[in-house]
Design a protein around this ligand. Structure first.
Ligand code: CA
Length: 229
């Protein structure tokens, strides 16, 4: 169910939006001030946040700026009666994703919210790689195995990323060298072996299936086998 936060000080307008979105099967929350809006957005994950620009106290532009500063990744749709180009640009400048001038047709609002939510879901999917219980977020550069967070150096991260992009395939030393070390790669060194050892120390778990396998004389393979090879 799509979760939408409505930051709107005019109760009638807020209720109208809430009623309509609920009828579309969305879960809605109203915040009547910018401060409440920020608090709700930090406490709970919303797919989309609609922000009215003229709010008493902290105004809409500053609400959006604060949300982005606090790393809130919900999609933000500005709803403004002011409608001026300047407001629109200001909104985008502080991190809004879309803009709809008031008054608007309700269907238009629903279409925009669904599009924003879809775009957000895609981008969340696209910047994550996973295999078995290993998960890598390319945007935050976080890596986890199960619920265990793993700290990797930049080189280790790039090496693991290559395996996650090519799961279950045998990667030769030459391919790994080219992809991860590029022109700095020297064939005669054992740098890949050394880094594979570092990576294994960090990601392998003695109580879980082995993931990084050595294919003797060929290279390595990221693969989940029922027993240790
Ligand atoms: Ca207002």
């Amino acid at each position: 169910m799509l979760k939408v936060l409505i930051i709107e000080d005019e109760r009638k307008v807020a209720r109208f939006i809430q009623k309509g979105l609920s009828a579309e099967g969305m879960e809605t929350t109203i915040a009547e001030t910018g401060d409440d809006g920020i608090r709700f957005a930090v406490e709970r994950a919303f797919d989309v946040i609609t922000v009215d620009l003229s709010l008493p106290g902290i105004d809409g532009i500053n609400v959006i700026r604060t949300l982005r500063e606090r790393q809130i990744s919900s999609s933000i749709l500005v709803l403004s009666a002011r409608g001026a180009l300047e407001d629109k640009l200001l909104g985008f400048g502080v991190g809004a994703d879309d803009y709809l001038p008031k008054p608007f047709a309700f269907d238009e609002l629903v279409v925009r919210i669904r599009a924003l939510a879809r775009r957000r879901a895609n981008s969340i999917q696209n910047h994550k790689l996973s295999y078995s219980d290993l998960e890598m977020d390319l945007q935050t550069r976080r890596v986890r195995r199960g619920d265990q967070e793993i700290e990797l150096t930049a080189r280790e991260f790039n090496l693991l990323e290559l395996f996650l992009r090519n799961p279950e395939q045998v990667l030769t030393r030459a391919k790994i060298g080219e992809a991860v070390w590029r022109e700095q790669f020297e064939r005669e060194t054992n740098v890949i072996e050394v880094y594979m050892m570092y990576l294994r120390k960090k990601i392998e778990d003695p109580n879980a299936p082995l993931l990084l396998h050595t294919m003797r004389g060929v290279g390595y393979r990221l693969c989940e086998l029922p027993e240790r090879a």
